[in-house]
Design a protein around this ligand. Sequence first.
Ligand code: FAD
Length: 524
Amino acid sequence: MNKPVVIHWFRKGLRLHDNPALLSALEKVGESHYELRPVFILDPWFVKHARVGPNRWRFLIQSLQDLDNNLKKIGSRLFVVKGSPLEGFKKLFKEWNVKKLTFEVDIEPYAKIRDEEIKQLAEKHSVTVITKVSHTIYDLEQVFKANGNKAPLTYVKFQSVVAKFGTPEKALDAPGNLPKQCQTLLLSEDYNVPLLEEMRVDLTGLGKELFPGGESEALIRLNKYMNQQEWVCKFSKPDTSPNSIEPSTTVLSPYLKFGCLSSRLMYHRIHDVIAGRKHTSPPTSLTGQLLWREFYYTCGAYVPNFDRMEGNPICKQIPWKKDPEDKHYLAWKDGKTGYPFIDAIMTQLRTEGWIHHLARHAVACFLTRGDLWVSWELGQQVFEELLLDADWSLNAGNWMWLSASAFFHQYFRVYSPIAFGKKTDKHGDYIKKYLPVLKKFPSEYIYEPWKAPLSVQQKAGCIIGKDYPKRIVEHEIAVKENLAKMKEAYQGHKEEGPEKEIAKRKKAPSKDSSPKITKFLKKK
Ligand code: FAD
């Protein structure tokens, strides 16, 4: 009989540090250890059909390569198994003498179903299954229970619930050199991490690689930011910029999404930095950002149909346009709306895979209630494909927020696709970087090139309507029409609507509401 084996199944949680399920795979059983076989399952169906752009494939493969290297350093390796999880485990349970299976809890609905299937299969093969919570700081089931078996639906409520739990437990260390009996003996190349070329991932069209995947890179990036004590203490999200040339926030999101970085480690590192010093507080502080993540994760775990409008009890039912061939939607997706701020953001998203939070606000508002009246679900799909950090709960939750479908109800606060970007980038350097066709445009017209006289366009070498699109809608008109439609949709939900708030203000929404937004953002 082959040596008894324990499989640690990596899905998210692509790291060695703070990985309680991996550590439990290494625990002694009686007097001895099992041989460790860390597995990642790459489903060919997923490779072909999932909404994952080339940037995120690259990030994932790099993360797996890094994981494999780090495992090799401690006497193990990664086994990449091709097939569906069910087929994969059927094969492994047959071929290897598997006694134990460990993995991290995943709250996403499809993952819960998948994991249940694997648990049942394991039971049939007398394989013990151990699961641990480590993708989030808090155990979301505990949050749910502590809130009377409901997801807390506001950030403040969420904070009050988790306050009862006290300080989160410290992050665990990565395992050191494995005891001899745990070390991985099977060296077959059949299970090597595939190369991007083998997967036929087409990288043409991508920009410079700015955020390589993997735990090693995540820890370097975390250290880089945590070494900037003053920056961490003063961090306040609304004061960061959507259109700076260098990112004004950490860009740790892709690493948190794939679990290359533990959120618990990040939480404690921030707290070590701010301890005993004057610092900002949630919701705007850096800790506050991590709590937004926990908040949306809890909602995602417990609100039915969280990623769609229909059947989602917290989502306003709004008659959005839902045609994936809609020409306005396609123009938005391709960065061809004729609004340079919007198009620059969408170009950064497609080529680099990360955009600032407020840039996400601007394009999400533009697509939905601001200008184009297109469903947030279609916007969510584009983000799902193109973001390096595409994260099921966070993506859905934030899209609902921005479209004023849930969580946020002041639908009359609309971002101007012209004035908002100007506040932090008067001369449009960001636009010029991502839309070089406009690089010779004078600052005066860079946010509204359609206003430039023909002579100016000729001098800049860019004719609007020929070299760069004419704007697809007139913001001033679209915003008024959409506000009326939002009002109507909200009237169908009087009990939750912002009518009282509107009555208090007794003011028509201004054409350009971005100054008001700054005030509101101070709260976020
Ligand atoms: P930092 O400001 O450095 O924050 C640190 C971490 O806190 C982030 O990495 C992230 O994990 C968490 N965080 C910050 N802001 C939020 C937030 N509003 N909600 C939840 N968690 C937050 N974030 C994703 O990670 N994946 C997504 O798919 C995603 N989709 C979004 C869609 C829309 C329409 C909007 C408006 C926001 C979305 N966000 C998403 C949230 C946010 O924009 C990103 O988390 C953030 O910009 C990542 O950059 P950062 O790591 O530099 O953030």
